[in-house]
Design a binder for this molecule. Structure first.
Ligand code: NAD
Ligand code: UPG
Length: 440
């Protein structure tokens, strides 16, 4: 099939490259010329395992591959189905900001005005229940001067991929959710996903757009809650001198709990959980409902970075009279999780802010996120390696569970005072360092 993917960020680029790999002809549309040029050069605009290979295979300068990129919405008219993969950030009050997605829908609608044939528009962005039918569809109708269900169809297909494993997750989904309010749009979505579903036996959930939208928030709310619950339990474990990871291993054996998402530590960040929990909380409160559990989920998460810094403070005052004042602290990890250069809402941000407010100077190391970091934190020195960050440091905190941190050993000997507070259970406890885990 001929597909257009509007928005070529973490989701759009992955989805476009994967659909091309599944045999569709795909055009990626983005307003950012540098993103478009990068894809057309056969390269990945973001760091995602396996993505460069797919783009190199399906895009490229000769323009003959199954994946192309452009800034021109007119390309939509040569396709049958468009996926909107545009950002849905949060406003200052936490509620969803639909303006970018609405602007994209408006450009798309204008383009569809000049298309004679039927077209299906699928919202892939995470949007609060009712957004597709009540906000996006009316824009498409107004700008195209067509009626939904007649000139075009609309669907909602939430995306569950994780950054760092985006390509793998998209190609091996636990489920595919197809939300549609008319049969023709649903039929088009089934056709688009047929090669994926046939190849993986992924269960397909067919529903209406409003339910599809809610499934996405329920999924993310549940996962964020699971991490906050294990963090809450982990904090209690720490008070009792119990290892939260040993406890998690045992409770994870219960099928009803499962072993996944039980890693306690400095908490959840990223481009999704923080804004999505905030958005569904705001949307719920708008209806008059008080989402007490989800509010607590955020509260527990917000406390973890400070708990990490407090643990370091406790050890530092024993070794340095001036405590944090003038101390050099190594921060290991900047990305919100390993496998990505994404720093949106990374726990590294509140940790670094707190360290600096207490008078410390920060040297940070991350294998891929250092170039991106100055967009999120100031006055940080970036080291070329974990060893260089640790060299001469008065203390270290681990914020991201990059595999390479597990291999650190003698590097700690070069610290001025070898105190290591681990927020991710990745560093090995060893002789010669004062090692403290956040929940163990
Ligand atoms: N990042 C994830 O892991 C993930 C996973 C599942 C769902 N989602 C959801 O998917 C949506 C997109 O997220 P993302 O992380 O890919 O966003 P992103 O910020 O990485 O990318 C968005 C892209 O859209 C482009 N853009 C902005 N306005 C445009 C316009 N009018 N026309 C064309 N392109 C435009 C930007 O230049 C950018 O390249 C969000 O709703 C998000 O919640 C994200
Ligand atoms: O046991 C765990 C698991 C994760 N995390 C943290 O949780 C955050 C999110 O991690 P993860 O879910 O792996 O990455 P995301 O890319 O944010 O993916 C989430 O958000 C996406 C965007 O909505 C969804 O598509 C995915 O299904 C959902 O997992 C990161 O800061 C992790 O360090 C923990 O602290 N403990």
């Amino acid at each position: 099939m001929d597909l257009s993917i509007v928005g070529s960020g973490y989701v759009g680029t992955t989805v476009a490259a994967c659909f091309a790999d599944l045999g569709h002809d795909v055009v990626n549309i983005d307003i950012d010329e540098s993103v478009v040029e990068t894809i057309n050069a056969g390269e990945a605009p973001i760091h995602e395992e396996g993505l460069s290979e797919l783009i190199a295979e399906h895009a490229g300068p000769d323009g003959t591959g199954r994946l192309q990129a452009t800034t021109d919405y007119a390309a939509v008219r040569d396709t049958e189905v468009t996926f909107l993969c545009l950002p849905t950030p949060q406003k200052d009050d936490g509620s969803i900001d639909l303006s970018i997605t609405e602007a994209g829908a408006s450009q798309l609608g204008k383009t569809l005005a000049d298309k004679a044939d039927w077209h299906t528009v699928v919202v892939k962005s995470t949007v609060v229940p009712g957004s597709t039918a009540d906000a996006i569809t009316p824009i498409l109708e107004r700008e195209s001067d067509k009626r939904v269900g007649e000139g075009f169809g609309v669907g909602m297909n939430p995306e569950f991929l994780r950054e760092g494993t985006a390509v793998h997750d998209f190609l091996n989904p636990d489920k595919v959710v197809l939300g549609a309010d008319d049969d023709r749009a649903l039929g088009d979505m089934r056709d688009v996903f047929a090669p994926l579903v046939e190849g993986t036996d992924a269960p397909v959930v067919e529903t209406d757009t409003r339910t599809a939208e809610m499934i996405k928030y329920a999924n993310n709310g549940f996962l964020a809650a699971k991490i906050s619950l294990i963090n809450d339990i982990g904090n209690i474990c720490k008070e009792f001198g119990v290892d939260a990871y040993e406890v998690a291993d045992a409770i994870g054996l219960d099928d009803r709990i499962s072993e996944q998402f039980l890693q306690s530590g400095v908490g959840w960040g990223g481009s999704c959980f923080p804004k999505d929990v905030a958005a569904i909380v705001a949307a719920a409160e708008d209806t008059g409902y008080d989402p007490a559990v989800l509010n607590a989920v955020v509260e527990v998460n917000d406390r973890q970075p400070e708990r990490l810094v407090e643990l370091l403070a406790g050890h530092l005052v024993e070794r340095r009279e001036s405590g944090f004042d003038g101390a050099e602290i190594a921060v290991l990890g900047l990305a919100f999780k390993p496998g990505t250069d994404d720093m949106r809402n990374s726990r590294a941000i509140p940790v670094i802010d707190d360290l600096q407010e207490r008078g410390a100077t920060v040297t940070a190391y991350d294998p891929v996120a250092a170039d991106n970091a100055p967009n999120y934190v100031d006055d940080v020195t970036y080291a070329e390696s974990a060893a260089a960050a640790l060299d001469g440091a008065d203390g270290a905190v681990v914020v991201t569970d990059w595999d390479e941190f597990a291999a650190l050993d003698e590097e700690f000997d070069a610290m001025a005072t070898p105190i290591v507070v681990d927020g991710r259970r990745i560093v090995e406890r060893r002789d010669g360092i004062t090692y403290e885990g956040l929940t163990w």
